[in-house]
Structure formats: C-alpha cells, structure tokens
Design a protein around this ligand. Structure first.
Ligand code: AOF
Ligand code: ZN
Length: 355
C-alpha cells in the first residue's frame, strides 16, 4: 500500500476532479501491473493495471489507494473489472465517499468472491487524497491558509508598499504549493498593496498556476494591476457584491477577461461558506488562501481552514507593521503540528486539522 500511495503522487493535481489513485497488482511476490489514474482523470488506475497484468491478474492481490469505483461513469466500474479478471484479494487505502461508490465498490468485490481488506494505511492514503475527500465529504475545497510573518509578528507595513518577509528558497516552496493547488484566493487589500501575480513561476511548472480569486466586493481591482492584465493567461475571478459594484467597473474588468462572480453579501459581509460550496461545484478541490489579515481572519472565524502554513522571516518590521492575524503560538487546538523546515533564513511551520 505504501508503494501504491507513492505511485499515486505521479498525477497529483493532474487528474481534474478525479482523485489521483495508485493501483498495484501483485502475483507470487512480483508486481505484474502498476498504474495511476490517467492525466485528465480517465482511465482509472485499476483498469490500466489490469490491462498490464493480463492473465497474471488471476489469483493476484490488488493494492488500490481508494475503494474501486462501482458506477458506470465514463468508464465501467473498476470493482467489476477486478472481479472479472479473477483477482483474489483487494487491499484498499481509503473508502470512496462518492455517493455512487461508497460501500458499493467493496460489495461488488465481496459478492464476486474477492476478499477485501479496507482501510490499510488509511491515514496516509487519505492525506494524498485530502483535496478530493474534503470536496466530497464537506462540499467545499480543502483550504490551506498561508501566511508570512516577520520575526516581530507582522505581515506587512501600513501603507500600500509591498514588504519582503521571506527569502527566495521559501518563496520557491510557496510556488510549489501553488502548483499543487487548484485555486488561490486573496483579499482586495492584498491585491492593492502588493500587486501580486499569484502564479507558479518555477521552471517547468509555469502551466500549473492555480485559478485566481480575489475577494473584491465593490470591484476595485485596478485595470492596470498585474492580475487584471494577465487574466487572459491565467483564469482570474473577482468575487463581488452586486449591490456594491459599479456596473462600469464590472464591464471594464470583464473586457480584460476577468470573470466577475456575484455572491450574496449580508451587511457588507460575504457568505464565505456559500462561496466555497460554489468553488467545490466548479470542481475545485484545493484552495490556497494567501492573504491578507482580513481574509485570513474571515476563514479562521468561519472554521474553513484545514491546513496552516506559517512562514517566519528573520527581520523585524517594527511599530508601523500590520499585526499578523495568527502566530505560531495562537494556532487553534484543533490543529496538530505536521511539518517543520528551515528554508534559508526562514522557518516553515505547517499544521493540519486533527479531525
Ligand atoms: C477508481 N479508480 O483511479 C479513480 C476513481 O467520472 P468518472 O466516471 O471517472 O468517476 C469519477 C469517480 O471515480 C470519482 O468521483 C471517484 O469516486 C472515482 N475515482 N475510482 O476506481 C480511480 N480515480
Ligand atoms: Zn474506477
């Protein structure tokens, strides 16, 4: 199962709304088939691994990171294919919460006289599938909140000047995180202060930039901003309040290729859970929230954060700084420490929701 999970990373982020699943077929101690969900999401892992194994699948054991599917979608059910191939035993990582599959995949196997061992290395398998599982179970994307904080606990300086808090090595790690996210979101304050691009600029991964969302109730995103100017290349959406946005601003942004998404607001405040449900319906499984303080606080207040990445840089900003909405010592108890690294002079600390 550990090998199947490692294999499944190959198409992480490349299988559209489908999870990237790994499948290994083992016969007499040898791997006779190994595959991962194809780029774009189909064919599924099991059918490819079975095709490789051919007749050798008879009497073999299959290791699959997710419960094999039970539905006739764009491909016939993998559970039936495993039975038909004469596989004797199937070992699975995570059960599939998809309502067309859940429990039925296992039932098809058992009715076909295949022995099933479910939930083997479930935690590890689920970690790899976390975006997909969160979208299926919670009907919203998995949210990673990333904040860069100075050594004295500031995320920037008052006034509209961008401040570099972390160095280039940590910066590249952030770009890598972006490459594996379906979407990235910031508030208009950060868009105005930093004029960011929010793309992945690592060599070879430029095509993996996430779709960009800006919380911008009154459609203030400047037409000259880098976000608006590159909207033809990277999908860019402002989330606005139809009551607060001027139609002329909306039109001008749309002319540049920016999508304008009107989401209900009450008392000037956006319905954040509703927005995330909408993003999940669009097939977005992983969302990175990159600032600033108001946006981060809103996600935390609504308990919509699954993963926290706090980067701490070596320099102080001082009295004119903007205080961070969250410091390492303030991470809520429902999160557990997950990973800690040093990148150059910066500290990278990561927490995940414990339940
Ligand atoms: C598997 N093996 O490799 C994957 C599975 O749109 P469809 O027909 O491709 O179905 C999508 C669903 O298939 C998805 O929601 C999940 O339940 C399952 N993904 N299943 O047996 C695979 N990627
Ligand atoms: Zn399948």
């Amino acid at each position: 199962m550990a090998a199947a999970i490692r294999l499944s990373h190959r198409h992480s982020g490349l299988t559209d709304t489908n999870p990237s699943v790994g499948a290994l077929i083992v016969k007499d101690g040898a791997i006779v088939g190994s595959a991962v969900t194809a780029i774009g999401g189909r064919p599924h892992a099991e059918t490819q691994a079975l095709a490789q194994a051919g007749d050798r699948a008879r009497g073999a054991t299959a290791y699959v990171t997710l419960e094999p599917c039970a539905h006739y979608g764009r491909t016939p059910p993998c559970a039936e294919a495993l039975v038909a191939a004469g596989v004797r035993r199937v070992v699975c990582g995570a059960p599939d919460p998809d309502h067309r599959v859940t429990g039925r995949g296992f039932a098809i196997l058992q009715n076909g006289n295949v022995s099933v061992e479910a939930r083997v290395l479930q935690t590890e398998a689920s970690e790899m599938l976390s975006g997909y599982l969160t979208r299926s179970l919670k009907r919203r994307p998995e949210v990673t909140l990333k904040l860069a904080v100075s050594t004295d606990g500031m995320i920037g300086r008052k006034g509209n000047e961008p401040v570099a808090i972390t160095g280039p090595v940590a910066g590249r790690q952030v770009h890598l995180l972006r490459a594996f996210s379906d979407a990235i979101l910031i508030g208009i304050g950060t868009a105005l202060a930093d004029d960011p691009q929010l793309t992945c600029r690592l060599p070879g991964l430029e095509q993996r930039s996430p779709a960009r969302f800006i919380l911008d109730s009154s459609a203030r995103l400047p037409l000259a901003s880098r976000l608006a100017q590159t909207a033809q290349t990277v999908p860019t959406t402002i989330v606005a309040d139809e009551q607060a946005a001027r139609p002329a601003d909306v039109e001008a942004l749309r002319d540049l290729g920016v999508d304008v998404l009107f989401v209900p607001h009450s008392n000037g405040e956006l319905d954040l859970p509703g927005l995330l449900q909408g993003l999940a319906r669009q097939g977005i499984s992983t969302l990175m929230v990159e600032g600033g303080a108001v946006t981060a606080s809103a996600f935390l207040r609504n308990d919509l954060v699954d993963r926290i990445v706090l980067l701490t840089g070596p320099e102080a900003i001082g009295a004119e700084g903007i205080a961070a909405p969250l410091l390492p010592a303030q991470v809520p108890e429902r999160f557990m420490a997950w990973r800690e690294n040093r990148f150059g002079n910066d500290l990278w600390q990561e927490w995940v929701r414990a339940v």
